[in-house]
Design a protein around this ligand. Sequence first.
Ligand SMILES: Cc1ncc(COP(=O)(O)O)c(C=O)c1O
Length: 407
Amino acid sequence: MSYELDIMGIRKEFPILTQEVYGKPLIYLDNAATTQKPLPVLRKIEEVYSTINANIHRGVHRLSQLATESHEEARRTVQHFINAQHPHEIIFTRGTTEAINLVASSFCRSKCKAGDEIILTAMEHHANIVPWQLQRDICGIEIKVAPITDNSEIRLEDIEELISSKTKLIALTHVSNVLGTVNPIDAVIRLAHNYNIPVLIDAAQSVQHFDIDVQALDCDFLVFSGHKMYAPVGIGVLYGKESFLDALPPYQGGGEMIQHVSFEKTIFNSLPFKFEAGTPDYVGSTTLGEAIRYIKSKGLDNIRQYEEHLLYYATVKLEAIEGLQIIGQARNKSSILSFVVDQIHPYDMGMLLDHLGIALRTGHHCAQPLLDALGFESVLRASFAFYNTEEEIDALAEGIEKVRKMF
Ligand SMILES: Cc1ncc(COP(=O)(O)O)c(C=O)c1O
């Protein structure tokens, strides 16, 4: 099968992929945890620090103006990437986790009282569970959890059954980081809006694979992390509809987020600065902008098509291995493949594969409630990016067979 992408050319743009681990070529299949960084992104970090580095928004001098422009241009790049209506609907955060904490804190403080309800699903990452529990302890909200089917999918009727007059928000992941399930977020948003309930989408595992249009989706909040989409760690995004962000109180206090401060009273800054206390990560934002340009230059459609092929190829290969069970049977899956093998502990399998140069993730994947419900303490996960190849998947399958024969 031929694809639009020149995979061998793309691999050359990721210097880390040429490494050897324990004398074997590195096979990096842990992309759902974090992706590797292409040369344009690495060069951008160096360029910012060596040409325009200065604290932003407050300097009259040239460098500060250039750094400020760079940060604000990155905001517009993100805006266009997800088709937000306004640049000030893009709030830079440290990542998905901080973005959800921001919404949970500001939303619950201003819009919830004891007994009000938030709906989550059984396949959420801890980042979309624990912030709500913290708020539950502070303001007495209740958390309701939509179950998943034996096919690793959510059902609209299960969510609808949980909706009550006390439901204040539905927060769910677009793609499960364990099951790979792609949730029908458009249908969930439509359902929620029928009841006037806003929706937060955790796009940590989707924004690097699919075209996301927040206006077409009509979603109220959407969050994601730069480091899972070829940008550096430490930068992420909260998108929120202007009307919501305007109405929410700030999350953190400090410089940047204020208009005027006296010891008696503080007048907060306007959007987006109200939610960006302290010196913003202008290097992170600028390089996130570069990562988005990089992704766009390859084409999200091309990326998705090729990654779908890798998932299919890997599923067929791994299914053929005796004693291997794939976790995650959804009809619509992203390029995440979790599995267990016979009686072999995932940690042992992961360690032995590592010695063959193959980087997989093992453990509970920050989704302990999901793993508990599935009856596992730990599973292995291979997750593919568009720089992975069929040959690497062949090596994974051979590696698993090799380890299996050792036990
Ligand atoms: C679905 C999902 N949500 C949230 C997160 C948290 O992302 P971060 O640690 O970058 O904040 C992850 C990370 O793996 C994830 O997979």
